[in-house]
Design a protein around this ligand. Structure first.
Ligand SMILES: *Cc1c(COP(=O)(O)O)cnc(C)c1O
Length: 229
């Protein structure tokens, strides 16, 4: 199967409200260009240097999403161009993104990563930490970032019920924040003053259909498009 046909097959199954991030980590630019020629404009990478190199070499109408764990000292390398950072999991990181966004005279869109899996190795905030972050005065001072939603990764398992439980958990956290946000009157108390909070990034090659059933609005698909890594 070619990248083009994989992409078309997947796109045909996605509901209209679900955005496809083509996860192109480790893949050469020729492969990304094939997806680009087939109409794909959103690419996800998990290493900042690799993403910056590809950004340099490829057409400028591509939206680059950082889906991996972000080290604070590397934010500056993507700040000029990154379109969405999925894996934000601390106030310290948000503050650095805000600082670099300001230097570049932009607002950088972010998702907060929530820990939903039963695996020690995965990153993310729990619900308490999320609430604490969003209600902190330090967060409210950040004018050059926007939180557009949440991101999560399910446990790597064959157990569909387990995965479904984790996705449903993320969706319920998302709903409660979105509700609060929609009702908020005082701009100081809002997460986003213009109801930007709308993205749930969940689902990968193995579990994206289930993720969509559970309310995902953004899927991150790599190997089903570009082949194994
Ligand atoms: C690699 C990766 C993906 C894509 O995984 P596939 O199984 O190849 O679809 C999605 N999300 C994150 C955070 C990743 O690191």
């Amino acid at each position: 199967m070619s990248i083009t046909s994989n992409l078309n097959t997947i796109k045909a199954t996605l509901p209209e409200n679900v955005t496809l991030v083509a996860v192109s980590k480790t893949k050469p630019v020729v492969d990304l260009m094939e997806a680009y020629e087939a109409g794909q404009r959103i690419f996800g990478e998990n290493k900042i240097q690799e993403m910056a190199d590809k950004h340099e070499q490829m057409p400028k109408d591509i939206q680059w999403h950082m889906i991996g764990h972000v080290q604070t000292n590397k934010v500056k390398f993507m700040a000029p161009f990154v379109s969405l950072i999925h894996g934000v999991d601390s106030l310290k990181l948000l503050q650095e993104i805000n600082k670099q966004a300001l230097k570049n005279d932009r607002i950088i869109d972010c998702l907060l990563q929530i820990y939903i899996a039963e695996e020690e190795t995965k990153f993310g905030l729990d619900e308490k930490e999320l609430t604490a972050l969003l209600s902190s005065s330090e967060y409210k001072e950040l004018k050059n970032i926007r939180i557009l939603g949440l991101m999560g990764m399910a446990t790597f398992t064959e157990d569909q019920n387990q995965i479904k439980k984790e996705f449903t958990h993320l969706k319920s956290i998302f709903d409660s924040i979105q509700n609060k946000d929609a009702q908020c009157r005082d701009a100081q108390q809002c997460i986003s003053t213009e109801n930007h909070f709308s993205i749930i990034s969940m689902g990968m090659s193995g579990d994206y259909q289930l993720a969509i059933e559970c309310g995902s609005t953004m899927v991150r698909i790599g190997s089903s498009i570009f082949g194994g890594r």
